[in-house]
Write a protein that binds this ligand. Structure first.
Ligand code: OAD
Length: 247
């Protein structure tokens, strides 16, 4: 797919860029997207019903095992050319904020430094009772261990449905959306709020807003430009068109 010259020019000249990524960016690493059918043992569960405080309260072992399964998928995955291109853009652009809804840590593994994890990280833990961080040296597979401080249950440090985003991460994300000249929205269905508001916040603050996705979805027609192609192809092509190939 042809990348419009106007986008290449804007990226080349921009001093401040913000990017919002979703599960689609990790799809080419073999990490299933959230709204994809689950496979194998987990096929009969709706992720929306596992990722909630109520689900954890009702069946902590089931939710813990699902996260152990997702953690194993992520451990076996490698960053793909889309992740790597975003890390490269960060090195080229003075003020670059990568905001992600992904909990897989693949942006960090690809070399990105300034990553705002809006929905937390699968490989961090906190106490379900008091929300304080918990360090685990060994991670059990079958059931959540007790919190070493209070004996409550340990949970993954991710945001579940019905929960607020980490306030600092949200503030940093909104500030980046407001001050950027160019906002890229990559591989997200744009249906989960408030993350999905960020491209619209950026657009109303004057940024040029671009969606990269394999198919039209909830953001279709709402941004300045929509590029329908896989991010593992489009992001490296865009980075190369603006800055040449990485050394
Ligand atoms: P979704 O699973 O909702 O959407 C994935 C998006 O990626 C879809 O729009 C796909 O069309 C697109 N996509 C798939 N493969 C792609 C590729 N190779 N290149 C580009 N796009 C591709 O995932 P998210 O939008 O990330 O939240 O979901 C947002 C949040 O909903 C998740 O963070 C999670 C979930 O509920 C929480 O857990 C709080």
């Amino acid at each position: 797919m042809e990348i419009p010259d106007t986008l290449i020019e804007r990226l080349r000249k921009a001093r401040c860029v913000a990017v919002l990524t979703g599960a689609g960016v990790s799809a080419e690493s073999g990490v299933p997207t959230f709204r994809n059918a689950q496979t194998g043992l987990w096929a009969r569960y709706d992720p929306g019903e596992l990722a909630s405080p109520a689900a954890f309260r009702a069946n902590p072992a089931l939710v813990w095992q699902w996260y152990a399964y997702r953690r194993s998928l992520v451990a076996a995955a490698e960053p793909n050319p889309g992740h790597i291109a975003l890390a490269e853009l960060e090195r080229r652009i003075a003020d670059f904020t990568l905001i992600t809804q992904n909990v897989d840590g693949l942006h960090h593994r690809a070399g990105s430094q300034n990553v705002v994890e809006l929905h937390g990280n699968l490989n961090r833990y906190r106490c379900f009772a008091d929300d304080e961080p918990v360090e685990l040296t060994t991670v059990p597979q079958d059931a959540p261990p007790p919190c070493p401080r209070c004996g409550g249950l340990v949970r993954p440090d991710v945001v579940w449905f019905g929960e607020l985003l980490p306030p600092r991460a949200w503030r940093v994300a909104v500030a980046a959306a407001r001050r950027c000249e160019l906002f890229l929205c990559v591989g997200t269905s744009g249906v989960v709020h408030p993350a999905a508001d960020l491209p619209l916040i950026a657009r109303s603050a004057g940024a040029y807003t671009v969606e990269i996705n394999i198919a039209p979805g909830a953001l279709n027609g709402l941004l300045d430009l929509h590029l329908y192609a896989p991010s593992g192809h489009m992001l490296p092509a865009l980075a190369a068109a603006a800055f040449g190939n990485a050394p």
